[in-house]
Design a protein around this ligand. Structure first.
Ligand code: ARG
Length: 580
């Protein structure tokens, strides 16, 4: 419990001074107790034994003696097996709870503001968004929300794939199909069909391939008519992507689109910079850079990063270097996050390495590949539709909403039709997002409807239900939620203690989730909070509490739990209905 550590630290510091022990040792040793319940904070004395020439048990006894009186108001101090154990007092818990209950931010501090770019979602024009893009969108969006809440400046960048050689064939196919027809196909989300047809013509017809190649040249040179056709492809695909974004309720908007084409004009600058730093070399006709760190290909040869191909076309890597220049120089950002799947790990390592070598970034910058694993089906294979195609995300989300609606119909038949539709969206979308966010991002996870939509376990419906349940307590309560201001918490039962402790570590958990760009930590926390609320509610009558003071205190615990769940879910980009 970090807030307790901060509070008791000065007392330990004086005790350490008294024993002639260095403060650094204290900093390393004093930490949250590993087992909840036993103690909140512990100090193992075993490593002090050598320095003080006494047994750990003796030392822990001595230290406890030195501080226990002084910590009297804050915590109970005891010694056991060479550990000094500190356990927050009920009075201290109450006092801290009051502080966060009366605070709009629930006690969450604002950090020194840094300037972030979060590169996320990034589907490819005229190609179906796959579940990987769904992961990127959902994880990236939650990271953005957390950073914003902590007071940082955040630029969202949707680095869509909207440039390069495939656009020659896509434009030619568009002409063959007819502009109107093509636009229709794209904006209903039949992106994969469109792409596949173009690709197969390209492979089968020499004439089509030739037209496509010419078209790429026209596109690169900015030919007006070609750009107009290209814009149809982009805007119709974006219309479909936006439909997915709006269903998902993510923050991304059109002005966040900074696709590959956006960086096109910076590509010669990349070449220039790499030349100036004497990094660019020729290899088999291409312009390449050898990163400081060595990567080997299958034949055991050192692998360069290709910046410009032999035919003059720029590579994906060139665009990513251009992004770095733009983000650091124009946007003046210091922190670059790339929420992209693990398969691109090597790409980003190489890009970051080269960016450092070319001094596009230096020590004040951090560039992080916030990588993530795959979404698998029940057989452990990459999730695909029954026909083996990429799953259409809109269909997936609609199915989730409809499944959620079926469940609500059973659970709460009295809900009006309008409410049911609204709640079904919140639950259905929340379930898909949460299933993704609650898995440690670097791991793969199995897409499982029953599990993600279950009202039990570490799921979004479970958390949403806990929140709605608290709202329903207040619907029956004589005291309303806004009336809970200067309440006195009375923490006396063990379930109250556990709930109080969990409520108090929210700020800390959030910091950890942000530091490691790991929304799953926030998920796990919210789940443990909801679970401790459930056992509190089962064992400690709220509206039927033994007296008015206890009732007020318990209602305040309910209120703070609901606020924490609400804020936590909000930071994950998930709604909390008040009724469900
Ligand atoms: N469009 C790419 C893909 O679908 C992802 C782009 C990620 N961002 C970046 N700056 N490279 O794989």
């Amino acid at each position: 419990m970090q807030i307790l550590i901060e509070e008791i630290y000065p007392f330990f510091k004086s005790a350490f001074q008294y024993l002639d022990l260095e403060e650094e040792i204290l900093q390393n040793l004093l930490s949250a107790a590993t087992k909840e319940g036993h103690a909140d904070v512990a100090l193992p004395c075993h490593s002090l034994s050598k320095i003080l020439k006494k047994s750990p048990i003796q030392i822990s006894l001595e230290l406890s003696d030195l501080i226990s009186d002084e910590l009297n108001q804050i915590a109970e101090v005891s010694s056991m097996n060479g550990f000094v154990n500190v356990r927050a007092s009920d009075a201290w818990l109450s006092e801290k709870l009051i502080k966060i209950t009366t605070n709009k931010r629930l006690g969450i501090s604002i950090d020194d503001s840094r300037r972030f770019v979060v590169d996320y979602s990034a589907p490819n024009v005229a190609k179906e968004m796959h579940v990987g893009h769904l992961r990127s969108t959902v994880i990236g969006d939650s990271i953005v929300r957390m950073l914003l809440f902590k007071g940082h400046t955040v630029f969202r960048e949707n680095h869509i794939g909207d440039w390069g050689t495939p656009f020659g064939m896509l434009i030619e196919h568009l002409l063959d199909v007819g502009e109107h027809e093509a636009a229709n196909e794209l904006n209903v989300g039949d992106l994969d069909g469109f792409y596949k047809e173009a690709r197969s013509k390209f492979n089968l017809s020499e004439d089509f391939a030739k037209r496509s190649r010419n078209r790429v040249v026209l596109l690169q040179s900015g030919d007006e008519e070609t750009i107009r056709l290209w814009e149809i492809l982009v805007s119709e695909s974006m219309r479909y992507f936006n439909e997915v974004y709006s269903m998902l309720n993510v923050l991304l908007i059109d002005s966040d689109i900074k696709g590959e084409s956006f960086y096109h004009n910076l590509l010669p600058v990349v070449i220039d910079r790499l030349n100036k730093s004497k990094l660019l070399v020729e290899s088999e006709g291409a312009d390449v850079v050898y990163p400081d760190k060595k990567w080997m290909n299958r034949e055991g040869k050192i692998m360069p990063m290709i910046i410009r191909k032999g035919d003059g076309g720029y590579n994906y890597s060139a665009t990513d270097l251009a992004c770095i220049i733009d983000r650091s120089e124009r946007l003046q950002c210091t922190d670059f996050l790339y929420v992209v799947g693990t398969p691109q790990k090597q790409h980003f390592e190489m890009v970051f390495d080269i960016a450092k070598m070319a001094k596009l970034i230096d020590n004040k910058h951090t560039a992080v590949h916030v990588n993530f694993g795959s979404v698998l089906n029940q057989d452990g294979k990459i999730l695909k539709s029954r026909e083996g195609n990429v799953i259409k995300l809109v269909d997936l989300l609609l199915e989730s909403i409809s499944r959620a609606e079926d469940t609500i119909k059973l659970k709460n038949p009295n809900l009006s039709y309008k409410e049911r539709i609204k709640v079904a969206k919140m639950i259905g979308i929340g379930a898909v997002k949460y299933a993704d966010l609650s898995t440690e991002r670097t791991k793969d996870y199995i897409f499982d409807w029953d599990k993600m939509l279950s009202f039990e376990g570490n799921t979004s419906p479970y958390l949403q239900y806990a929140h709605a349940r608290i709202c329903s307590i207040f619907a029956k309560s004589p005291i309303s939620r806004i009336e809970i201001t200067d309440v006195k918490f009375m923490i006396t039962e063990k379930e109250e203690r556990l709930l109080a402790r969990r409520l108090l570590i929210f700020a800390n958990v959030l910091d950890e989730a942000i530091e490691t760009y790991s929304p799953h930590r926030l998920c796990n926390y919210l789940h443990s909070l909801a679970a401790s609320f459930a056992s509190f509610y089962e064992n400690c009558p709220v509206l039927k509490a033994p007296n008015a003071d206890i009732r007020a205190s318990r209602l305040a615990l309910c209120d703070l739990t609901a606020k924490t769940l609400n804020l936590g879910l909000d930071l994950l980009g998930i709604n909390s209905p008040e009724e469900m």
